[in-house]
Design a protein around this ligand. Structure first.
Ligand SMILES: [Zn+2]
Length: 188
């Protein structure tokens, strides 16, 4: 990790991991893709390698990120989907050029247009968001129980009772906060 940049929180669901590149949305925000290069690095981790990213393309990425966050949040609480955010997701999905390819090991990989553009990677992310919001994939959209986070996440646990976007960060912090509150109250 280059010095000075916040580390990535890598989840297993592409679209919600992407919205997680801005965390603590209801607290002190942490921007985890502060530069175009950091976004290139993030994409590479998810198998969406692109040659370069301009500041304008990073803006496009963040616009999509906020659109997915808005739509996923609405879907999680059962609100109507915000039309402008839906439009942004659809635009990115339509304008990306990427194909699913099967590896000899039987895994799916994304092959972006050549040379691979940020727009192609955004198309894959937008399509992933469409999958989870539309219920095409098995799971449940929910909001993180942390009051400073409230990130939308995709719960694929058997019981569908996951409470935090990430057990190692929000989950642990909540547990610690409850412990400290009990101590302060002189409780057991
Ligand atoms: Zn969280």
């Amino acid at each position: 990790m280059p010095a000075g940049h916040p580390d990535f929180r890598l989840g297993s669901v592409l679209a919600t991991s992407f919205t997680g590149t801005l965390s603590e949305r209801h607290g002190t925000e942490v921007e985890r893709i502060p530069t175009p290069q950091r976004f290139v690095d993030w994409l590479a981790i998810y198998g969406l390698g692109v040659a370069s990213c301009t500041p304008a393309q990073l803006d496009l990425a963040r616009e999509l990120r906020e659109a997915i966050h808005a739509v996923a949040t609405a879907a999680a609480v059962g609100d109507p989907l915000p039309a402008s955010a839906v439009r942004i997701i659809n635009d990115r999905s339509v304008q990306g050029r990427a194909a699913a390819v099967l590896t000899p090991e039987g895994e799916r990989r994304w092959q972006l247009s050549s040379p691979a553009r940020v727009e192609d990677a955004l198309g894959v992310i937008a399509a992933d968001a469409i999958d989870i919001v539309s219920g095409e994939r098995d799971g449940r959209l929910a909001l993180c129980a942390s009051p400073t986070c409230r990130a939308a996440f995709f719960d694929t646990s058997q019981s569908r009772t996951r409470r935090w976007c990430d057990m190692n960060t929000c989950g642990n912090r909540q547990k610690k906060a409850r412990f400290n509150a009990r101590k302060a109250a002189g409780g057991q």
